[in-house]
Design a protein around this ligand. Structure first.
Ligand SMILES: Cc1cc2nc3c(=O)[nH]c(=O)nc-3n(C[C@H](O)[C@H](O)[C@H](O)COP(=O)(O)O)c2cc1C
Length: 171
């Protein structure tokens, strides 16, 4: 499959079958995240694979929509900004979240390539997720990624036309 076809095929899945995801497939998804580029190659993130039913229940209470609990596993992606690259010119911008976002996108695309569904979840209660995962100080949950076989298709893709986003040579 051409990359552009995979990018078109991947969509957020909000309904999952309970069928488990084989370790081999899960490892391929995690490895795709690990292969993502990061600023200065620092990889300032952690992937917590959650399959335990009680822990999945706790994560589900941190997010309002029930589809999260349908998936057989959830990857909680956390950043450790102290280990990320910080730009030292003018603004001191830390890139840990950017690095994590690229890794998450690699994982969602790898999952789609394997016939699995994912949905980036950002609208969770970070205090509840931090408690459920026992995150130490300095480790911040950025996203929850349910992974599983879709029970329903994603929504039709809508995007702004490129002409609204792209400029050439000047603002
Ligand atoms: C940073 C981020 C946070 C998101 N948080 C949620 C969320 O909390 N719940 C949800 O259902 N979808 C969430 N999404 C999925 C977006 O709604 C979805 O990617 C967007 O509507 C485009 O649809 P598509 O992924 O099917 O192409 C999030 C996506 C991103 C990138």
């Amino acid at each position: 499959m051409k990359f552009i076809e995979l990018a078109e095929q991947r969509c957020s899945i909000r309904g999952y079958k309970s069928a488990p995801v084989a370790d081999e497939l899960l490892n391929e998804i995690l490895q795709a995240g690990n292969l993502a580029p990061t600023a200065k190659n620092l990889q300032p993130f952690h992937f917590i694979v959650v399959r335990d039913g009680d822990k999945l229940d706790q994560l589900a209470t941190a997010y309002s929509r029930p589809f999260l609990r349908e998936a057989p596993l959830v990857i909680v992606i956390c950043t450790e900004s102290a280990k990320g690259w910080t730009r030292d010119q003018h603004d001191g911008k830390n890139y840990a979240e950017v690095d994590a976002a690229i890794a998450i996108d690699h994982m969602t695309l790898a999952a789609a390539d394997l016939g699995l569904g994912t949905c980036w979840i950002g609208a969770f209660d970070p205090i509840m997720v931090t408690a459920a995962m026992g995150l130490p100080d300095g480790i911040e949950p950025i996203a929850m990624l349910p992974v599983g076989y879709p029970s329903e298709p994603g929504r039709e893709k809508t995007r702004k036309p490129l002409v609204e986003l792209v400029r050439y040579d000047h603002w």
